[in-house]
Design a protein around this ligand. Structure first.
Ligand code: GLN
Length: 218
């Protein structure tokens, strides 16, 4: 019998792969059993149901989005309500306003939130912290690398976690942003929760300290 191509049954989740820490996100999504794809072109962008924007360098990602003609198509998908998970530089890109950015860098306005690039300053520009996340039974280990600070959020943004009084994880409908790198902690709870909140995974047992390799609970 000739094998025929089978269309994926579930959603396809893209990870913007122009630059930065996209590989670890792809592997977490695969471990969760989610169809995932590295997104480098407008064609790939058109084929996905949700997008992770990874950490890296927001100015470079912005410049590459413009260069590749992807900025406006991405903005259109975001405006149409595509679920997005922005982490670190990805949070900066998702913001409605960037402080201390480059004059020519763009943001998507996916969430009413103002980010300040490299807001934790030079002396502590990388650190790790364990903190509580609303709805999780145990702390999350966050890795902050030249992280942005959440300067302010709109009224309808839900702050899900804070470190030293500063929001580090925020949600606005299907858009979640983290000022840290959740893909570097061997903990898939945030990816799973974002997908579940966006209706792309069965509602998750987020309270359990699951690792990526444990997969989606049945
Ligand atoms: N400081 C970087 C920027 O401005 C973000 C750092 C990161 O993503 N780890 O984009």
């Amino acid at each position: 019998m000739t094998p025929t191509a089978i269309a994926p049954l579930g959603p396809t989740v893209g990870v913007l792969a122009l630059q930065g820490a996209f590989a670890a996100h792809l592997s977490i999504l695969r471990d969760l059993g989610v169809e995932s794809v590295a997104v480098k072109t407008t064609e790939q962008l058109a084929s996905i149901d949700a997008l992770v924007i990874p950490g890296g360098e927001s100015t470079t990602m912005s410049m590459l989005l413009v260069k590749g003609g992807m900025l406006e198509p991405l903005r259109a998908r975001v405006d149409a309500g595509m679920p997005v998970f922005g982490t670190c530089a990805g949070m900066i890109l998702c913001s409605s306003e960037i402080l201390d950015g480059r004059d020519d860098q763009h943001c998507l306005g996916a969430i009413p939130l103002v980010s300040r690039r490299n807001g934790y300053g030079r002396q502590i520009d990388s650190f790790e912290a364990d903190f509580a996340i609303e709805g999780f039974d145990t702390p999350f280990h966050g890795v902050f690398i030249r992280a942005p600070i959440v300067d302010s959020v709109g009224d309808d943004v839900v702050v899900l976690a804070e470190v030293e009084g500063q929001p580090v994880l925020c949600q606005h409908g299907p858009v979640t942003v983290a000022s840290f790198h959740p893909e570097l902690s061997g903990d898939a709870r945030l990816h799973r929760r974002w997908l579940a909140d966006a209706g792309l995974l069965p509602s998750a047992a987020e309270g359990s300290p699951a690792t990526a390799s444990q997969g989606v609970p049945s």
